[in-house]
Design a binder for this molecule. Structure first.
Ligand code: GLU
Length: 460
């Protein structure tokens, strides 16, 4: 008998009422924070059968506690631009949950960053990190600073000012930030330098995503994109399908997208499109990744310039249109809510078979509904993009042990972790009566590990 068969109907009804009640409380306590509400709603709805089965979680107010961050830090980040003008940005760090390890999660530098964005990301991170099976809690941070068009010197002055405040709250055993949108190797390098200068010693484990020459892990750069493709590959293989000869659309052209494209191509797929925040390119011959890497990682230019090297390709302004390109597999790797209900319907009408969310929360709740109702294989972000943070945790392990594993060793561990996440999510979905629904499966599997740790640690 599965857990689902043991659950009584009246307990399900009561659990739903309870979950709805706590959700209303979260909305009231965090007014106007729509992204945070959306992330909470997705998790909460998945947990109804868990609350119906296990009264201990309600009795101990796990839901009320898990949706309230342990701590939120906001701070002023003043810095001087190249013209000598003083600029002021806002810095954030949300230390959401430390039940299973030090807070862990990236820093995002993007003009859209506000409390709602950081809280949704931090909340997601709790369950994602739990799914990896490693000892990492959930946190997230960032700033509304826009790195686009800034000189290296401006980025350095900003990140140094940011770390001058943030350093007070982080540490290798306390809170370990990493990158996210707008924060890559350059920014992590500057921030590590400033942290080390202020705090002394060589606290390598305070940040992950460091350069491999000074404590970073091999394969960390590739990990989120590779991990996403490994995860989708598991979903496909379970249904007798594969990446080979499939047509793939990948949104974005940052770190996640680039390595998702690379791995998908290695597995025999033809990736025909990618994008940046201005628009997208369509190359029917298959994207030339070298050109994308040169443009985005070396020259820091717009994706439109791809056409200079490949005049046969096409460029379209705006981002949503990328989902009108017929494909077998779609990998949204750009940003939150980039696939809405309408785009999801177009993808389905064009015969999409699988979605792997490389970005955080790239599909709206309505879009997810469309995919699940149409039996599209759907790899939700918490599971499909967990490879990045999982490899960050492997970087922390190497820093603690003062040794470095080879690329192959780290990649093999990452691959195994992604397979485990897939298996655990499938199992939880089956047990709780939602076969094939990896949204429910990953949310439940991620939740139970954290909730049990919270129970064990008492009311804190
Ligand atoms: N920003 C990434 C994420 O969303 C990575 C976080 C990390 O490595 O700590 O999971």
């Amino acid at each position: 008998m599965t857990i689902a068969q043991e659950i009584k109907q009246e307990d399900l009804v009561a659990a739903k009422a309870y979950v709805d009640e706590v959700y209303e409380l979260v909305k009231k306590r965090n007014p106007g924070e729509s992204e945070f509400h959306q992330a909470v709603k997705e998790i909460f709805d998945s947990l109804i059968p868990v609350f119906a089965k296990h009264p201990k979680y309600k009795e101990n107010a796990i839901l009320e506690r898990i949706s309230e961050p342990e701590r939120i830090i906001t701070f002023r980040v003043p810095w001087m631009d190249d013209e000598g003008k003083v600029q002021v940005n806002r810095g954030f760090r949300v230390q959401f949950n430390s039940a299973i390890g030090p807070y862990k999660g990236g820093l995002r530098f993007h003009p859209s960053v506000n409390a709602s964005i950081i809280k949704f990301l931090g909340f997601e991170q709790i369950f994602k990190n739990s799914l990896t099976g490693q000892w990492i809690g959930g946190g997230k941070g960032g700033s509304d600073f826009d790195p686009k068009g800034k000189s290296d010197a401006e980025v350095m002055r900003f990140t140094q000012s940011f770390m001058t405040e943030l350093n007070k709250y982080i540490g290798p055993d306390e809170d370990v930030p990493a990158g996210d949108i707008g924060v890559g190797g350059r920014e992590i390098g500057f921030m590590f330098g400033q942290y080390k200068r202020i705090r002394g010693g060589y606290p390598a484990g305070v940040l992950t995503g460091k350069g491999v020459g000074y404590g970073g892990s091999l394969a960390r750069t590739e990990a989120t994109g590779y991990g996403c493709v490994y995860f989708v590959n598991e979903m496909l293989q379970d249904q007798g399908m594969s990446f080979k000869d499939s047509t793939v659309v990948v949104s974005g052209s940052g770190n996640v997208s680039i390595y998702a494209i690379k791995k998908a191509q290695e597995l025999g797929a033809k990736v025909v499109a990618c994008s940046d925040s201005n628009g997208y390119i369509y190359d029917k011959n298959g994207i030339d990744l070298k050109t994308v890497v040169q443009l985005k990682e070396v020259e820091r230019k717009r994706i439109k310039e791809y056409l200079k090297a490949h005049p046969h390709a096409e460029y379209f302004e705006g981002c949503e249109g990328i989902w009108t390109i017929p494909c077998d597999i779609a990998l949204p790797c750009a940003t939150q809510n980039e696939i809405n209900e309408e785009s999801a319907k177009i993808l389905v009408a064009n015969g999409v078979k699988a979605i792997g969310e490389g970005a955080n929360m790239p599909s709206t709740l309505e879009a997810i509904e469309v995919f699940l109702n149409n039996k599209v294989l759907f790899g939700p972000a918490k599971a499909a993009n967990a490879g990045g943070v999982a490899t960050s945790a492997l970087e922390m392990v190497q820093n603690s042990m003062r040794l470095s594993w080879t690329f192959e060793e780290v990649d093999a561990k990452l691959h195994e972790i992604m397979k485990n996440i897939y298996r655990n999510s499938v199992r939880a979905a089956n047990e709780y009566g939602y076969p094939g629904n990896l949204v429910v499966g990953s949310n439940i599997a991620g939740f139970i590990r954290v909730a049990d740790a919270m129970l064990a640690q008492g009311v804190i």
